[in-house]
Design a protein around this ligand. Structure first.
Ligand code: SF4
Length: 350
């Protein structure tokens, strides 16, 4: 086994500084991403100290519904729903409220605390937006779920209406660093995305904002993305690992392996110590047999399928959480004890 370089930072010291609210510097952040394999478990243990301080051993579950699929005029190079993608995906307009309610019932059954309603497109049209508001009110009236809406670019007026309808959170990802953004999309800018996030904050809604890793970005881009999220004080951070979908411009991007994904998660935990960090799309594909280790830096996952790609069966996620000694956090923030979790695992939800 090769020797570990002597000039690596102390991961425990990074954890302590992160807990003290200090920003680790760029060379330390680069060292987190570039550390040799032999120190990965030490990095995870240090990131877990930070995660444990803010989140204990709780795991939050989110359930994703692709409420409108495909037919998008934008050109996001990673996305199978864009106008330039030739990927074979299901395309449909906004689901009827009854369909959305059925999905919400399933989310509640799976003990997901947050129901994420996603629609494709640059921004919702007036008629789609009105239907989204109607669906949000209906879900809120029937289920004890937090609602996160992901609707594309939003005006100040639209975010106010979402707040009034009961939306708890809006997702709008920065995706990558400001300097790499033009490489992944030309039909809107990084600044457009930041403006939407500012409108969301002005409306008093919490922000869910993260990125997609593995799109050809550099280590510095990854650090810049995390720093932008820190500066914007986002509440929740989904970390997606690119699934290169055939028919998209990024179909050949292959720069991830499970250990790199774990080091990226550790970096985000050191730079965003108190935020909810979610392992989002690509978890099963890129972390593979090391998925459970991702729960040491991250405290949240999606259960069920992703936008246009399937996730693993829900009972396997629940089993992973139980077997690794973590507990589920319910929608109201309370802890779901081991016994109901064991029953959920045993019921073999699809
Ligand atoms: S990410 Fe959203 S805006 Fe971009 S192409 Fe896909 S659906 Fe359209």
């Amino acid at each position: 086994m090769s020797q570990v370089p002597v000039n690596l930072p102390s991961w425990n010291l990074l954890a302590e500084r992160s807990l003290a609210g200090e920003l680790i510097n760029r060379s330390e952040a680069l060292a987190v991403l570039r550390a040799p394999e032999q120190v990965l478990l030490e990095q995870l243990a240090a990131a877990y100290r930070v995660r444990q301080h803010y989140w204990g051993n709780r795991v939050r579950l989110h359930f994703l519904l692709n409420a409108q699929s495909g037919l998008c005029p934008e050109d996001c190079h990673y996305c199978s729903q864009s106008k330039i993608s030739t990927a074979q995906i299901e395309k449909y307009p906004l689901l009827a409220t009854e369909e959305i309610l059925k999905a919400a019932a399933h989310a509640e059954q799976l003990k997901a605390g947050t129901f994420c309603m996603v629609i494709s497109g640059r921004s919702p049209t007036d008629s789609v937006f009105a239907k989204v508001l109607e669906a949000v009110r209906a879900v809120k009236a029937q289920y004890n779920l937090k609602i996160c809406a992901c609707l594309g670019l939003l005006s100040e007026e639209q975010t106010k209406l979402l707040a009034q309808a009961g939306v708890d959170r809006v997702n709008h990802n920065l995706n990558s660093s400001e300097s790499y953004h033009a490489q992944i999309c030309t039909t809107h800018t990084f600044k457009d995305r930041v403006a939407t996030l500012q409108n969301v904050k002005t409306a008093g809604i919490t922000t869910c904002c993260g990125g997609i890793l593995g799109m050809g970005e550099s280590d510095d881009d990854i650090i810049d993305l995390a720093l932008s999220l820190r500066q914007l004080e986002v509440t929740s951070v989904p970390i997606n690992f690119l699934i290169p979908i055939a028919g998209t411009p990024f179909e050949d991007k292959q720069q991830l392996d499970p250990r790199r994904c774990l080091r990226i998660l550790c970096l985000f935990r050191f730079l965003l110590p108190s935020q909810e960090i979610r392992i989002a799309g690509g978890r099963e594909v890129h972390l593979r047999s090391l998925q459970a280790l991702g729960l040491y830096p991250a405290n949240s996952i999606f259960i069920g399928d992703y936008l246009t790609t399937p996730g693993q069966a829900a009972h396997r996620d629940l089993e992973m959480i139980r077997d690794a000694g973590f507990v589920l956090e319910s929608a109201d923030g309370s802890i779901l004890e081991q016994e109901p979790l064991a029953r959920l695992v045993g019921s073999h939800f699809k």
